[in-house]
Structures are given as C-alpha cells and as structure tokens.
Design a binder for this molecule. Structure first.
Ligand code: COA
Length: 173
C-alpha cells in the first residue's frame, strides 16, 4: 500500500527556493519571476552569483542594494545574498528545495538545460524549476538595458525607478 505521509509531513516545512543570477542590474523581468516564485514557495533567496563568462558593470554590493531596494523592509519572504562557490552547495546549505530560473525563449534553453543537469548531477536533493518569463518582458536582458542606457535611451518601465537612476549615474557622460 502506498503511504502519502512523508509528503504530508514535508508540506509543513518552509519551502525555500534560490533564484540565482548575475542581476547586472535587476530588471522587471527578474522581479516578475520572483513574484511568481513567491506563489510557489514560502521564501525566495535571491542569490547574486558569479558567471565566469561575465564582467559585471555594477559591483556585487551595488547589485545587492538595488535588489534589496525593490522590496519593502517588512518583506520577510525575500532574502537577498551573494553566493561564492557552487550554487547547489549554497542551495543545499540553505535547505532550499529548488533553484528557480526564468526561461525567455528557445535560445535560453540550451544553457539552462546544461546548468540544470550539471546542478542535478552535483546535488540531487535540489530541483531546478523553470518559470516562463511573462510575455511583456521576454525581449529584455540586463545587457540590452545597459546598452540602451549607455547611449542615453529611455529604459523607464523596464527596470524599477531606482535602478533607472543608478543606470543614469553609472553612464553619465
Ligand atoms: N527577465 C529579463 N531578463 C532575464 C530574465 C527575466 N525573467 N531571466 C534572465 N534574464 C536575462 C538576464 O538579465 C541575463 O542577461 P545578460 O546576459 O544580458 O546579463 C540573462 O538573461 C541570463 O542571466 P542570469 O539569469 O543572470 O543568469 P547568468 O547566466 O548570468 O547566471 C549563474 C548563471 C550565475 C546562475 C551560474 O553561472 C551559476 O550558477 N554560478 C554559480 C557557480 C556555479 O555553481 N557554477 C556551476 C554551474 S553548473
């Protein structure tokens, strides 16, 4: 006979997810994923992680602050941290059940597939959960936002207002 007890027992524990990324800077697309992840998990840890192929424009501290400023001080379900070392080790240490990733288009698939399978090989206890990026944000990325801002273009509405301000300061000529 199948018993469902272990599953019921697990339900009472806090469900934590880690949402990693470079966040250079955070965009409305990222915020959409965080908001939707909060419907599925009790807590979301936004993790500023290192991608060795990228040279970020903003320092880790600047990126953490911009993310923290997106949430009211009494928002206890979202935590913002930086991660050194392997993401899955961090997720496991934090007791996270899942790594959340946003998927924008087919072009994201190959890299995400590789990342998810490698993470699974490293730590089977942590699942990768993909959320489709909302249609209205599907064309944006941190790089395209920076490129537009660097050339004096208007990125308001695509990033939170305080991020718009930081971009203006960063690329002020
Ligand atoms: N809306 C808008 N843009 C989005 C988006 C969304 N919902 N989701 C992703 N993007 C964009 C990002 O802005 C980013 O744009 P950019 O390339 O112009 O900067 C791009 O999609 C993908 O970036 P991101 O989601 O930040 O991922 P990443 O590829 O930079 O991050 C890590 C990869 C950091 C998660 C990965 O390298 C990692 O886990 N590092 C830790 C070390 C480790 O464990 N390595 C082994 C991995 S197997």
């Amino acid at each position: 006979m199948i018993t469902y007890e272990p599953f019921l027992a697990e339900k009472t524990a806090d469900r934590v997810a880690v949402y990693p990324g470079t966040f250079d800077p955070i965009t409305m697309g990222h915020l959409d994923i965080i908001q939707r992840a909060l419907h599925l998990f009790d807590r979301v840890v936004v993790a500023v992680a290192k991608n060795p192929t990228k040279t970020p424009t903003f320092s880790v501290e600047e990126r953490l602050q911009m993310i923290r400023d997106c949430f009211p001080a009494d928002e206890t379900r979202v935590e913002v941290n930086s991660v050194d070392g392997l993401l899955v080790d961090y997720a496991y240490r934090r007791g996270a059940k899942a790594i959340v990733r946003g998927m924008r288009a087919v072009s994201d698939f190959e890299f995400e597939f590789q990342l998810a399978l490698m993470n699974r090989r490293l730590e089977r206890e942590v699942e990768t959960v993909f959320l489709m990026t909302a249609f209205r944000w599907i064309y944006i990325s941190s790089s395209i936002i920076k490129d537009v801002a660097r050339h004096g273009g208007d990125v308001s509405g695509l990033v939170p207002d305080h991020v718009c301000e930081r971009l203006r300061e960063k690329f002020m000529r």
